[in-house]
Design a binder for this molecule. Structure first.
Ligand SMILES: [Zn+2]
Length: 111
């Protein structure tokens, strides 16, 4: 979900309490497109403590079809198969340990 400004239509992801274009506070939740293309990525070999069991893992920035850019982990794709421009979609995982972050975790995978 993102916040859409009712005044100018700007989409805010992550949501903010005020529109970054026109400063309106009249914002509404809107469901966003979950598919997009990979813009860039990096493979993590030295991770924070809570992610050390997952190394190596890939973090990428995906440009969703509405133009929003979202960073996140890419799963179920071998590092050598990852390509800039590949189609990915957002999915959610509730099975990971819940120490951090304390909200539902999203990740990217092949559609
Ligand atoms: Zn606005």
């Amino acid at each position: 979900m993102a916040a859409r400004c009712s005044n100018c239509g700007n989409l805010l992801l992550p949501p903010k309490p005020m529109c970054t274009k026109c400063l309106s506070t009249d914002l509404k939740w809107t469901e966003i497109e979950k598919r997009g293309k990979l813009l860039t990525y990096t493979i993590i070999h030295v991770a924070p403590t809570q992610f050390q069991s997952m190394v190596p893992y890939t973090i990428g920035i995906v440009e969703l079809r509405n133009g929003l850019k979202l960073p996140g982990m890419i799963r179920d794709v071998e590092p050598q198969e990852i390509e800039v421009g590949m189609e990915l979609e957002v999915d959610f995982d509730t099975t990971l340990p819940s120490q951090w972050p304390p909200w539902p975790r999203y990740f990217f995978r092949r559609p």
